[in-house]
Structures are given as structure tokens and as C-alpha cells.
Design a binder for this molecule. Structure first.
Ligand code: NAD
Length: 328
């Protein structure tokens, strides 16, 4: 099949070319999918998209008109796709349903401990031969109550790691996970979790029901001194409400691998550009906020599985098979 990969970086190409081994005819573009760049897909059977590629209904229509029959999303989250429009237009959509949940869960723990022990600040200090400890005081994680919002593949592994630290686990999900119950996690309502946890980590998908689940009201219900980690999707948090809570000193620390306005910024070097996003600029001024650019998934193991699964999805579609990665 002829496949156009959008939003390509050197590492995407390396892993996809290795997994493809000449099976499909793949072209790469660094352009992100939008109403203009959809025209690039003319003559391709499939497009391969990542989280910043936007495919709402008008873009789906342009892709279909260009002859595209299949969308291979190379991520787990697929909130960038209008599946209803795809269905109407007869476009098959597949994703990577499973790839190293360890990558994301372990990264969430990395953010948590970096913030807790101020390792990001210590790194800068020691490079300038500043060996003072004032300002670097942290807490033992042992015994602190951890709230896991969403106990699917990633949330369950995060819960297991935090259980290993000796933390009581509160969990919230629409469906209880036996692995978490076996750890001794207690399922409670979202309200109870938010009001009791010392550390809150978000692992639910972004959907209308979860959009801004962390907002002014829910932030106010949290314990003073809480830590919030979000490695899921930026839209789960109302960022302006979060900033107001940080300014009031209510929130002790925030680790964000995702940001609701990350599109067009993350995965790019903007170090020479004047940033016109005042919310992002404000976030970067807080010493107790650690922001990374959607890198939680980014391990060798995850990239290998993402590439192999994406090529497998393309091949299954071409050969008329379906698999568990079918979205519609
Ligand atoms: P998953 O589907 O295994 O788990 C999601 C869990 O959320 C499920 O248990 C589901 O029951 C629960 N859920 C769904 N809707 C809910 C609701 N309204 N209220 C409460 N619970 C709800 O997904 P996963 O593999 O664990 O991934 C979780 C999220 O992590 C993805 O949706 C994606 O957005 C994000 N992610 C981020 C990165 C990154 O690099 N930062 C990488 C991969 C995934």
C-alpha cells in the first residue's frame, strides 16, 4: 500500500522503516495533518497519524476525496480523530492499542520523584557548583496516599509501582481492575479520591466525560499540598484553574507531560521563537511545575512496538483482516 506518514521526526522514520522492511511503500512528511496539508495525501491508500495531527470531519472528507481508505494512528489515544465522520466516509481507522504501558507509568513516577526531591533544581545547581541543600527538601513517598484516576493498562502499572513504594492506593475508574484490587487498592468515587489523595495521577482517556475533570471546583476539593501528575492528555485539566491554584499555594507540585494547547508546540524546537501562549509561559515560571513535551511513551521498547503494530495494522487492512486495534 502507499502510505503517507504525517508529522514525521527522524526517530519515527528509523523505527517505521525497520518494522516495514520494504513491505509497504512509505513516504514521510514533517507536516502535521490539517485542512491544508490533507491535500498531500492525494494518491495514497493510507495515512499514518500521531497525536498532534488533527482529523475532524472536514479533514476526513478531504482525505477520503484524495483517495485515502485507511488511517493508521500510531498512538493509543485517538481523540484527534472524528470517528463518526470516518464511519460516514467509509474510512477504516486503526490505532496502537497496546505498547509498553511501562514507558508511561515509569515516566509518571519519574516526574513525581523529580518534583518531590527537587532533582530538576538540584541538577541546575550542582552544574554551577552550588551545593547548598536549602530549597531541595522533599518528602518520603512511603505511606503517602496515591490516587490513580483511570486504572487501565498504564494506571494499573503506575498503581503497582506506587504500591511498591509502600503507598496506600485509592483508585477511580468506571470499571474496577482486578490487578489493582489484588494490590489492595480501594476504589472510591472521583470526589473522594481527589479529597483524600496526597498524590494524584491521571490515566483516563480524553473524552467529553473527562474533559476538564480537574477544574476550579475539583482543585479546591483537593488537600492543600497535593501533587498532580498528568501523563494522559492535556484536556483533562483546566490549565488556567490549575495556575490559579498553584498561585494560591494550594498545589505543592505539578508534573505535566501533556498540555491542552500542546498542538503546534510540542515535538518542535521553538527556542528561537517568541511564545504567544501566556498560559504556557506562566506555567514555565513556577519552580514547582515540571513540564515535558509528551515524551512519556518515548522508549526503545515502545517505539519498536508502535512501529511493528502500525505496519501490522496496515498489512491487516490491505489483506482484508481486522484485529483488536480497529477503531471503526
Ligand atoms: P486504557 O484504555 O487501558 O485505560 C483507560 C482507563 O480509563 C480504563 O480503565 C477505562 O475504564 C477508564 N475510563 C475511561 N473513561 C472513563 C471515565 N469517564 N471515568 C473514569 N474512568 C474512565 O488506556 P491506557 O493505555 O492506560 O492509556 C491511558 C491514557 O494515557 C490514554 O488514553 C492516553 O491519552 C494516555 N497516553 C499518554 C502517553 C504519553 O506519552 N504521555 C502515551 C500513551 C497513552
Amino acid at each position: 500500500m502507499r502510505v503517507l506518514v504525517y508529522d514525521t521526526h527522524s526517530y519515527d522514520r528509523t523505527f517505521l522503516d525497520t518494522a516495514n522492511a520494504g513491505r509497504h511503500e512509505i513516504d514521510y512528511t514533517s507536516a502535521q495533518l490539517d485542512p491544508q496539508t490533507a491535500a498531500l495525501a492525494e494518491g495514497y491508500d493510507a495515512v499514518c497519524l500521531f497525536v498532534s495531527d488533527r482529523a475532524p470531519a472536514p479533514v476526513m472528507e478531504r482525505l477520503a476525496a484524495a483517495g485515502v481508505r485507511m488511517i493508521a494512528q500510531r498512538s493509543t489515544g485517538f481523540n484527534n480523530l472524528d470517528l463518526e465522520a470516518a464511519s460516514r466516509l467509509g474510512l477504516t481507522c486503526m490505532r496502537v492499542g497496546y505498547y509498553s504501558p511501562y514507558a508511561v507509568a515509569e515516566f509518571a513516577v519519574g516526574l513525581l520523584q523529580t518534583l518531590n526531591r527537587r532533582i530538576h533544581r538540584a541538577y541546575n545547581r550542582t552544574r554551577e557548583f552550588n551545593f547548598r541543600l536549602a530549597g531541595l527538601l522533599g518528602h518520603d513517598i512511603y505511606g503517602r496516599t496515591v490516587g490513580v484516576v483511570g486504572t487501565g493498562k498504564i494506571g494499573a502499572i503506575f498503581a503497582r509501582i506506587m504500591h511498591g513504594f509502600g503507598c496506600p492506593i485509592l483508585a477511580y475508574d468506571v470499571q474496577e481492575n482486578p490487578d489493582c484490587l489484588a494490590l489492595g487498592a480501594t476504589y472510591v468515587s472521583l470526589e473522594e479520591l481527589l479529597s483524600r489523595a496526597d498524590i494524584i495521577s491521571l490515566h483516563v482517556p480524553l473524552m467529553p466525560q473527562t474533559y476538564h475533570m480537574i477544574n476550579a471546583q475539583s482543585l479546591a476539593s483537593m488537600k492543600r499540598g497535593v501533587m498532580i501528575i498528568n501523563t494522559s492528555r492535556g484536556g483533562l485539566i483546566d490549565t488556567e484553574a490549575l495556575i490559579a491554584s498553584i498561585e494560591r499555594g494550594h498545589i505543592a507540585a505539578v508534573g505535566l507531560d501533556v498540555y491542552e494547547e500542546e498542538e503546534g508546540k510540542f515535538f518542535r524546537d521553538l527556542s528561537d521563537v517568541v511564545i504567544d501562549d501566556d498560559v504556557l509561559a506562566r506555567l514555565m515560571t513556577f519552580p514547582n511545575v515540571l513540564l515535558t513535551s509528551h515524551q512519556a511513551f518515548f522508549t526503545h521498547e515502545a517505539m519498536t512496538t508502535i512501529a511493528e503494530t502500525t505496519i501490522g495494522n496496515l498489512t491487516d487492512f490491505e489483506e482484508g483482516r481486522t484485529n483488536e486495534n480497529l477503531l471503526r
